[in-house]
Design a binder for this molecule. Structure first.
Ligand SMILES: Cc1cc2nc3c(=O)[nH]c(=O)nc-3n(C[C@H](O)[C@H](O)[C@H](O)COP(=O)(O)O)c2cc1C
Length: 220
């Protein structure tokens, strides 16, 4: 797939076929992402890829925690507040996503069901977790973002859909324990990956994007 087409048409997928992603394809995705730029070439990325029974067991554990609203321990806390415009976008995103699947705002159960799907990795056969050392600072988080983007774009170019997740990192402590990752690593995101379910209504959701004239100043 041509790079422009890949970037322009990528979207987050939230429903997957059960078919596993072949090991060679996953290796290819990781290999391409390893070519990401980073601050003074420090390459802070560390990663766990979880599939099969191990993924199912982890998902079950997370689902139980989320259902019970168990205490959370994210390594990167959610912001306490947002600027007005972003708050509006967040609300719009939430409302439009519910609308796509026909769940009304006042339908608490429907909203909860959608929230919980995160912890089942939206049914993806594979999930990647991205970590970095907790001694690292903001530039490394920037690098991790570049790595994540290259990972999902490569995946998409090979027909593999994905959805970056912050929600699941609420249970960073339990995830690190389960994966035998040192406690002092920072879990940044989880990324379910798989072949998108073609008829799933969840995958018909398209987020709204700012137009370039809203964020670019051209000089000269
Ligand atoms: C850092 C980050 C965290 C995200 N967390 C979640 C999440 O927990 N659950 C989810 O369904 N989508 C999550 N998303 C996906 C965003 O909702 C999505 O990227 C955004 O709405 C734009 O849609 P698009 O990816 O289809 O262009 C996250 C995306 C990013 C970059």
């Amino acid at each position: 797939m041509e790079a422009f087409e890949c970037i322009k048409s990528r979207q987050s997928y939230r429903a997957f076929k059960p078919d596993p992603v072949p090991g060679e394809t996953l290796q290819k995705i990781v290999e391409a992402a390893s070519n990401s730029p980073s601050y003074t070439n420090t390459q802070p990325w560390e990663m766990a890829v979880v599939t099969g029974k191990k993924k199912d067991t982890l998902s079950q554990k997370l689902l139980e925690l989320a259902k019970a609203n168990a205490p959370t321990s994210p390594d990167i806390p959610a912001p306490a507040s947002w600027p007005e415009q972003m708050l509006r976008r967040r609300e719009e995103h939430g409302a439009r996503r519910l609308n796509t699947i026909g769940v009304k705002r006042e339908d608490k159960e429907g909203r909860e069901a959608l929230r919980l799907m995160n912890y089942e990795f939206y049914g993806a056969p594979c999930v990647a977790f991205l970590f970095m050392d907790s001694s690292l600072g903001e530039w490394s988080i920037f690098d991790m973002g570049l790595f994540a983007q290259n990972l999902i774009l490569t995946a998409y170019s090979l027909g593999v859909g994905s959805c970056i997740q912050a929600s699941v990192t609420e249970y960073a402590k339990e995830i690190k324990e389960f994966l035998d990752v040192a406690e002092d690593k920072k879990l940044l995101v989880s990324i379910p990956m798989g072949y998108p379910a073609p008829d799933a209504v969840l995958n018909t959701y398209r987020s709204l994007k700012k137009a370039p004239q809203e964020f670019v100043q051209w000089h000269g």
